[in-house]
Design a protein around this ligand. Sequence first.
Ligand SMILES: [Zn+2]
Length: 500
Amino acid sequence: MTATASDRIALIGGTIHDPATGRDGVVDDIWIAAGSIVARPADPRGYTHIDCRGLVVMPGGVDLHSHVAGPKVGFGRRVAPHLARSPGTPAAVPTIHATGAAYAALGYTTVFDAAIATSAAAIAHLELADLPILDKGIYLLAADDAAVLDALARGHARDTERLVGDAVRAGRGWAVKVANPGGAAFWRHGRGDHHDLDAAIPGHDLTPRRLLERLADAVQALQLPHPLHVHTANLGLPGNWRTLLETMRSLEGRRAHLAHVQFHSYSGGDLDEGTFGSGVAPLVEFFNAHDSLTLDVGQILFGETVAMTGDSAAAEHLAHATGMPWISHDLHLSGGCGVLPIAYKEKSLIHAWQWAIGLEWFLCAADPWRVALTTDHPNGAHFTAYPHLMALLGDAAFRRAAFARIHPAVRSRSPLKDLDREYSLQELCIVTRAAPARIAGLVRKGRLDPGADADLTLYRPDRDLARMFSVPAKVFKAGVLVAEDGHLRATPSGGTLAAT
Ligand SMILES: [Zn+2]
């Protein structure tokens, strides 16, 4: 296809942050033709020049773990209608159109829904087709399917690969996610409680540990772009740091992605609040030493939101702990989900710990290329709060002021009080686009060299990082100006990212 004059753009004189090519604040021009970044042309005539002097230029944001479509998101809108009506703030669970508009205005150009049952894939794609602007994909909960679970139990690698491959093709999935390995089977048999990785999955000659190992091997054999996406057992439960450590040990030597580790890093042996705390130290030590593992944090931020998960047991536990009414939904007796409103409070001991534990992960993980910035939207916080989270990482004084407001017991015991690290702009760029793109296996995204998709976000430099990242000056998706100063300028439809 030859480029027409209207889709040739030159962004002149911006300050480029492109970690994939090692450019860290280099003033340069970016040339765009037919939706892609191209090399500086020999003949620059016909390109529309845009003056970018003084602006920070980054690849478009990539959210590799969010919840924006499918049955549980629909229930989320129903269970928390009051959170859709607060004036001036986005709905906790926006409509699909508003979701795309808000992500684009924020400078995000790619999003993945991280938990779609295989039986809900078709409806999720129908919904996502109405999510404007962004490219989008889904992770399939293939291990909840009875046939896949049987193949995993038999330890038959060839059958497992064939069935998982069929599910990914039929559901046009990007990746395979496991939400609480064997959790759907435990749940059906009334075993929603704490169990370790070696407990027998009811009705199967299989344990969560074997399931994880065999499923990770199958995903690797299928050569999907993204490795197995793991939400391990015991989400949200005191003492669950041991389960995450065992999960990492089981997966050692395999590529695997650990989802929302904040929710899996708690010390304490029971619901006695005095023993609840951070289990991050041994976990991050193991993580830092094992390059084949990547993670997203699932940071919580204070305020009201909606919890939604394919892990029904975790939702039931949370509903009992908070006394909130909840919805448990079952999909054809295989997968399911739980949904309930939640309000995270600074003065709550548990919530303050969760907040501090997420930040401890960010500040102790040595290699930002193996870390993706997420809030597990909307579970930990709304995605529109990402700029606030970026400020907590990039501005130690801002973080200290927030730390001073949380529950005093957490202030005295959390290792966060001694962590002075500040993320640089380049590191913030890594954890919000370059790393999630690389971890997800998107070869044309999260980078700004010739051949990459022309997804770019331009920011006005500002010492107030929350303000800087909240309202990008300009956002381009596939070379089209889609947002400017918080206002939408165009709503092209994005593409579907499917692995096969
Ligand atoms: Zn999630």
